[in-house]
Design a protein around this ligand. Structure first.
Ligand code: FAD
Length: 370
């Protein structure tokens, strides 16, 4: 979110300093793992759709500006039982905003995407969103960084922000032994946001999330031309999502999968990054049931964090009454696709104190007590 804000601000000619405690494209936060699903028929809440539309335009702008392909439009297929809240939400958002969807019987989906044949989950219907797909997060962050720098932004990777304070409308930021002075500050520390915004501590829970890569027994059924990204409800618990093998990566890492939700609460500085053999086996078994043609052995795994609010919707708001300090946090397990539009909203707020983007439903006062 921070890099997107820096890119938007630099694009508008603002003087920008971006500070991150790690190197650009690192794997210590919530934005690594090679892929993030992008979609618009939003089951989480239809209010997100206008933001997603703008995000999609901005992803294309970033691709053009950086001459880098970031979004792979292989489609996303959702599967669930009759009465599934996910499928109902997908269809409702699509209907409200005229998003193209294809409803497929299980037989139709299996004949079109052979990897789905023999799905053992209780799926009564599949719904395909053809214009969805996945974005490459590390590549996106680097593309935004390079373009922002080309437009004059300064980046200080590997520098930790220690503290900030506002005095008479001026903001001081202490980082790496220096004090920077600014008129507007954007705080986007992800899982660490509670260290800098006291009120965020009670709004955000961080959880440990595991991603795994499976080398499919039949790789040809599982590349991005043969299989869309998928989100399938499971009888036994949290949904499984996955991303097909991208055809532009150097090594065949295979199909990426994860469970959407659950996860043990964690502290971001004490995150257990070891993936156990039980966790790997659970992924292999779940994939075998949900997308049998993608099944195979787990070749890699990584740990990441969801940083979520109680209602699983983001907070994008002003966070100081004293000065122009703004934040986006609680981006949970679905925030990456929004990065450019959230960055754009933060840039508006930092420059003029308001935005025409429809982010009213993301204000923090929805958690106010009493
Ligand atoms: C396994 C997994 C799968 C996901 N799948 C999807 C998906 O398919 N689609 C989707 O849209 N979203 C997905 N998400 C969610 C999405 O990735 C996150 O919502 C998003 O990346 C959060 O971005 P952020 O900028 O808030 O946090 P981060 O990317 O973690 O950025 C926070 C940054 O703040 C820096 N920082 C922290 N403290 C300091 C400090 N003191 N000084 C300086 N810098 C500091 C960190 O180094 C870090 O770079 C997934 C998340 C996970 C974990």
């Amino acid at each position: 979110m921070g890099m997107a804000a820096a890119w938007c601000l630099a694009s508008r000619g603002a003087r920008v300093l971006g500070i991150d405690r790690h190197q650009l494209g690192h794997d210590r936060g919530s934005s690594h793992g090679g892929s993030r699903i992008v979609r618009q028929a939003y089951f989480e809440r239809a209010d997100y759709v206008p933001l997603l539309r703008r995000a999609d335009e901005l992803w294309r702008e970033i691709e053009l500006a950086s001459l880098t392909r970031l979004v792979h439009r292989c489609g996303v297929i959702y599967g669930g039982p009759n009465g599934s809240a996910v499928l109902a939400g997908v269809k409702a958002s699509a209907q409200a905003y005229g998003i193209a969807l294809e409803r497929l019987t299980v037989a139709q989906a299996s004949s079109r995407f052979s990897a789905l044949e023999g799905c053992l989950e209780r799926v009564d219907e599949f719904v395909l969103e053809p214009n969805a797909g996945f974005v490459r997060p590390e590549r996106a962050i680097l593309a935004m960084a390079e373009n922002a720098q080309w437009r004059g932004a300064h980046m200080r990777p590997g520098v930790r922000v220690d503290s900030w304070r506002a005095r008479d409308g001026i903001i001081e930021v202490n980082a790496g032994g220096c004090t920077e002075v600014t008129q507007s500050l954007i705080l986007t520390q992800g899982a660490w946001v509670g260290e800098f915004i006291a009120e965020a501590q009670s709004m955000v829970t961080n959880t440990r999330q595991v991603m795994a890569w499976v080398t499919p027994r039949t790789p040809t059924l599982c590349d991005e031309h043969s299989l869309p990204a998928f989100f399938i409800e499971r009888e036994s618990g949290v949904p499984i999502y996955g991303v097909p093998t991208a055809t532009d990566q150097p090594g065949p890492l295979g199909v990426k999968i994860g469970f959407h939700g659950g996860g043990q609460p964690c502290h971001p500085d004490a995150l257990d990054r070891t993936v156990t053999s039980e966790e790997r086996e659970a992924f292999a078994r779940a994939l075998e049931r949900a997308v049998p043609g993608a099944a195979g052995s787990v070749s890699a795994a990584a740990v990441c964090m969801y940083s979520s609010t109680p209602d699983d919707h983001f907070v994008v708001d002003r966070v100081s009454t004293q000065a122009r300090v703004f934040s986006a946090f609680g981006m949970g397990g679905h925030g990456f696709k929004f990065a450019p539009v959230i960055g754009s909203a933060l840039a508006d707020l930092a420059l003029v104190g308001r935005t025409s983007l429809p982010i009213g439903f993301l204000r923090k006062n929805r958690f106010a007590r009493g």
